[in-house]
Write a protein that binds this ligand. Sequence first.
Ligand code: SAH
Length: 396
Amino acid sequence: MSIERARVKLQPGGDKRAMLGHPWIFSNELVMDGAAKSLLPGQIVTLVRADGRPLGAAFFNAHSLIAARLLTRDADRPIDEVFLQRRLERALKLRERLIGAPYYRLVHAEADGIPGCIIDRFGDVVVVEPNTAGADALIEPLVAALDRLLKPRAIVVSGDGPARTLEGLAPVHRMAKGTLHGALEIAEHGARFLADLAEGQKTGWFFDQRDNRVLAARFAQDADVLDLYSYSGGFGVQAARHGAKSVLSVDRSQPALDLARRAATLNAVGERLATEAAEAFEFLESAGGEHRTFDVVLADPPAFVKSKKDFHQGARAYRKLARLAASRVRSGGFLFLASCSYNMPAEEFRAQVARGLHEAGRSGRILYATGAAPDHPVHPMLPESAYLKALLLQVD
Ligand code: SAH
């Protein structure tokens, strides 16, 4: 039985990438006739090859360069609450296997088979970020499927990133179920943290650095640690728990630092963690003037390369950060630097860090080159979605 839904034709040869396993079809690979252009953004369509054979079911958005995103290669499969529930179940099973406590990225877009959709889980609170018109249009069955699967006490629908803008979507922040009061507690590798979903940035917590926080903390024993761009204390609190003598968390956001302080107290390391509200570069420059140094310097900044066009400027910012941060590391100490810029390839990031280290007049060695934790899986055909890069170096 063939399913009733709009059909969009591919240009001859427009299925080349899709035939190799890629989940995207660009607008110039489709027949963008009046009928296709009149489809609602986010509508589910059956893609049909030039020779008439169906390719699969996809999210369609005539206004986006990525005009179609494949959901399944079974063109007859209904895309409904049951379909979404199957995808959610598969994602949940994987996270339960990977991570000991229910605090993680439950769905990481294409890699989990729901294109452009991010879902983070904070125990019995779930945050859905529909970043494509297709995911946005499916929000009701998605919320219903989540509700059935996890029975959370609250579901937040939130999103204001550039991805939504590219898809022609307005920012959204609303409660689809329940209410939220105050910060939520998270458990991560034995530590307790706080995330404020109402006030917080993005989805309130950066789960992607979970494993890197304990990796860096392994170098914190008896160390004076500087945690730049600390947000709510993810790196700093783990470092203190792993025996740091002192931790200084620096961020420009006072509300984020307040949560870091509260998390330090929750973990009984409050007397070893101090905070300072400051611009990171200014802090580093004045610390340089005072010849202040640390055994371990951690820097996990916001994306410096926000779009392709500011690549060079962003690359320079990573180099400058590496230079200023490296010069604050005591001889034999350790430096952890991260980049969450989607448009900054790992090789280029490493090159900028290497140059910054050299410009600081320092030498050293890379001990670890890592990325996001595995609850942020990568679609094998979308290696660029491995946005997070991190390097841990020893500095002479
Ligand atoms: N390392 C954190 C996540 C960092 S997110 C963790 O492990 O959870 C980036 C942080 O950088 C945000 O908290 C933001 O407030 C802060 N920030 C952005 N620009 C800044 C600047 N110029 N100086 C200092 N902090 C900045």
